[in-house]
Design a protein around this ligand. Structure first.
Ligand code: NOJ
Length: 758
């Protein structure tokens, strides 16, 4: 035993007794002292062990390692493992923890991680959908519930939130993030971290979060998963990093790095990102876990010749823990002995891991999260109510003509049609943790539960969306040919007063490795829609999907379109709440919907270019065969009432660096029903040392108004909101003129200008 000091002996004693017996709680000393004292006890082999994470083999979410379970078990007993993933349930986590606590020399408890992305058992809307609610409190609440359900099942660490800004709808993982805007994503990041972790990580109802994927993963070229990323310094700092910095400031316990390379350097081996920016500039003291196998994947990237070299690059670059890559366990000890990796770096990585374990309360009670009683306390009924509430807030009304919605009394016969209309599985989405298959309330069920008994509902599927097996691991094979159900659907529709069509994407069309070159209504769905339209034009199209879809034909022809995403366990009830008018839709798109897939990547906060389009040269910086703007822009969403924005005013046309100005606008509900509007503030820096976006979201406020009511909304603008990563390679504001743009979406905005004096 190396360097065993007195304090070390004391702490070692503490670990050997359980929490109840422990009279002197480790909370007497501060975490840093405890971490140092544990580190002082550790051999190099034990230190490296803390940097190793194993998969539990129960639920594979990546290519499995060659190691068999017996070997894993032996290594757990020998204290050569710091954390596991995909070990689920109180019993299973207890078993694994026991192997460590009863056999290893130092008895350093394991952490148990899992992809709890949008709920554990109770499934909430997929993250992109939930962001459409713009309701930060609701998003914090769902994270809190997900944490509670996870903690009650032995999991104390979620690999969430995913805060990769992403602007390419072809990328299958766009469903897992908060869309195209760094400001909105930052707000969601903070809400999620607060929800998962609470104010006190050692609270057994909260769990450690992980900000992922650091960094640039959402910018894979051509929307292909894992693909090369080319982002310059300007884009990296102004667009990609802000949500991560916000998560770090909010105290997120861990970061996960990324599979992609960034301008030639794999993120996992990226020293500037991990050591310089995250750990030094942001002064963040949690630990970085690699993505699954991303350390040895540097061999395929072509920057490491073998696992050993990959381990050296990753550790030196600041990747602290190796998720199921087998590189640290096989090589780090040797690399330190050979002087290729300094022991100081190892010590720093181990301290980071121990710090999180102390904060989680695991040293006081290694079984804190393996407590069957917690499960008894949970009211799944209450969680379902929250799921329904956030699901209805996430729905975005894209179009509502012919007064079809909310459903009128005149609609006595309703035909519900489409492959997703009675699908109880797709609303659960991908990355569903322990959400049970086929457990969602389908749209058909939701309508049956919530519509007046006098209404006659008939149902015809029309066609299958996929053929064959569906699973997390295999891409879905789409039905391109079988139209045998069309006739029944056409007959059903022709007899109805109103048709509700549920089309979109299967749960497994989005998620990891699910990029697509086509983002229209896959398979025979478009044809089904057009056939139904020939016999009945009173159609409400309900979209159930995880990414923006190309729905140009529908937007030109179908009178009402509701974006209902993959909304989780209570999907059908939430959609029915909106369709029957029990809830007036208030969601706004967190991502642009394209007119054609060829516009991707598409986002509102683009640069002007030197030749912006103008009335004479409409195709400048655009296309000759399609408009360049979005079909439905970022921030867009209708209501059953109408809102009018009037009289944007600034308190002053000049601002000092230490001052602020107020921008006010009056919002009026000019319709017939009460409604909720998300008022959005955008800013534009007109002349700067680098090119700037034509507008950037900088604030939003939710306002509820009764019919005829109006309210003045005021935003405070200060110098900090004008800062950006400038040509001086630092965050600063620059003197000059700025535009203030306020409105209900990123396209329809009122404008005023002011200047910043320095
Ligand atoms: C790979 C994914 O990229 C990551 O997000 C996930 O957390 C890990 N697999 C673990 O399942």
């Amino acid at each position: 035993m190396k360097k065993l000091n007195l304090l070390g002996f004391f702490l070692l004693g503490c670990f050997m007794v359980n929490a109840q017996d422990s009279t002197i709680k480790s909370s007497v000393r501060n975490v840093e002292t405890k971490v140092d004292s544990v580190l002082a006890l550790m051999t190099l082999e034990e230190k490296v062990g803390q940097l190793v994470q194993y998969n539990g083999s129960w639920d594979l979410t990546g290519p499995a390692s060659e190691m068999n379970n017996k070997q894993k078990e032996d290594n757990l007993k020998a204290g050569k493992v710091g954390a596991m993933l995909n070990v689920l349930s109180v019993e299973a986590t207890r078993e694994a923890q026991k192997l460590v606590m009863e056999n290893s020399r130092l008895k350093i408890p394991l952490m148990f991680g899992y992809d709890v992305i949008h709920g554990y058992t109770t499934i909430f809307p997929v993250p992109l959908a939930e962001t459409a609610s713009w309701d930060l409190e609701a998003m914090e609440k769902t994270a809190q519930i997900a944490a509670l359900e996870s903690a009650a099942n032995g999991v104390n660490w979620t690999f969430s939130p995913m805060i990769d800004v992403s602007r390419d709808a072809r990328w299958g993982r766009i469903m897992e993030g908060s869309g195209e805007d760094p400001y909105l994503t930052s707000k969601v990041a903070v809400a999620k971290v607060k929800g998962y972790q609470s104010d006190d990580l050692s609270n057994p109802k909260s769990i450690a979060a992980s900000a992922k994927h650091f960094a640039g993963y959402g910018f894979g070229e051509a929307g292909r998963d894992y693909n090369t990323v080319h982002i310059g310094e300007n884009e990296l700092h102004n667009t990609i990093l802000p949500p991560f910095e916000a998560a770090a400031e909010a105290g997120v316990a861990t970061f996960m790095n990324a599979f992609n390379d960034l301008d030639g350097i794999p993120a996992t081996g990226h020293k500037t990102l991990q050591r310089d920016i995250l750990k030094r500039d942001w002064d963040w003291n949690g630990f970085v876990v690699s993505d699954w196998g991303s350390i040895p994947e540097m061999i395929a990237h072509g920057v490491a010749k073998d696992k050993k070299e990959a381990a050296k690059i990753a550790l030196n670059a600041g990747s602290d823990m190796d998720m199921e890559g087998g590189a640290y366990e096989s090589s780090l000890v040797g690399l330190v002995k050979e002087g290729e990796v300094s022991e100081d770096y190892i010590n720093d990585a181990v301290k980071r891991v121990l710090r999180v374990k102390f904060k989680l309360g695991l040293f006081d009670d290694p079984y804190l999260y393996s407590n069957a009683e917690l499960l008894e306390e949970i009211s799944f009924e209450e969680h379902k109510n929250v799921a329904r509430d956030v699901a209805k807030k996430s729905i975005v009304l894209l179009k509502n003509e012919k007064d079809l919605l909310p459903i009128k009394e005149s609609a006595q016969k309703i035909a519900v049609i489409g492959p997703l209309a009675d699908d109880k599985d797709t609303p659960i989405g991908n990355w569903r943790a322990q959400g049970e298959a086929n457990s969602a309330v389908s749209l058909l069920e939701g309508l049956q539960n919530n519509i007046s008994e006098n209404v006659e509902i008939s149902y015809a599927k029309g066609a299958d969306l996929g053929v064959g097996e569906r699973s997390f691991l295999m891409p879905l094979e789409i039905n391109e040919t079988d139209k045998s159900g069309f006739e029944e659907a056409i007959n059903t529709a022709s007899e109805a007063d109103l048709v509700i069509m549920a089309l979109g994407e299967d749960a497994f069309q989005t998620g990891e490795g699910r990029s697509q070159v086509n983002i229209g209504l896959a398979g025979v769905q478009q044809e089904l829609l057009e056939e139904i339209y020939k016999v009945n034009q009173n159609i409400v199209l309900v979209l159930i999907n995880g990414r923006p879809l190309e729905i140009t034909w529908a937007s030109e022809n179908i009178p009402a379109i509701v974006e209902a995403w993959q909304l989780g366990s209570e999907s059908g009830n939430a959609i029915a709440d909106v369709l029957v008018g029990d809830y007036n839709p208030s969601g706004k798109l967190p991502v642009s919907f394209p007119r054609a897939v060829g516009q991707e990547p598409l986002y509102y906060n683009q640069k002007s270019t030197g030749r912006p389009s103008n009335p004479i040269h409409v195709t400048y910086s655009g296309y000759t065969d399609e408009k360049k703007d979005a079909l439905y822009p970022f921030g867009f969403g209708l209501s059953y009432t109408d809102f009018e924005y009037e009289g944007l005013q600034l308190s002053s046309e000049e601002m000092d660096t230490d001052g602020s100005i107020q921008a006010s606008i009056t919002l009026k509900n000019t319709g017939d029903v009460e409604g909720k509007e998300i008022v959005q503030l955008y800013l534009r820096d007109l002349v700067a040392s680098t090119t700037r976006a034509v507008k950037e979201l900088k604030g939003f406020e939710t306002v509820s108004l009764a019919p005829g009511e109006s309210k003045t909304v005021t935003f405070e603008i200060d110098e900090k909101m004008l800062q950006f990563y400038s040509a001086n390679r630092k965050w600063e504001s620059e003197e000059g003129e700025f535009e203030v743009l306020i409105g209900g979406n990123s396209r329809d905005l009122q404008k005023a200008t002011f200047s910043l004096k320095k």
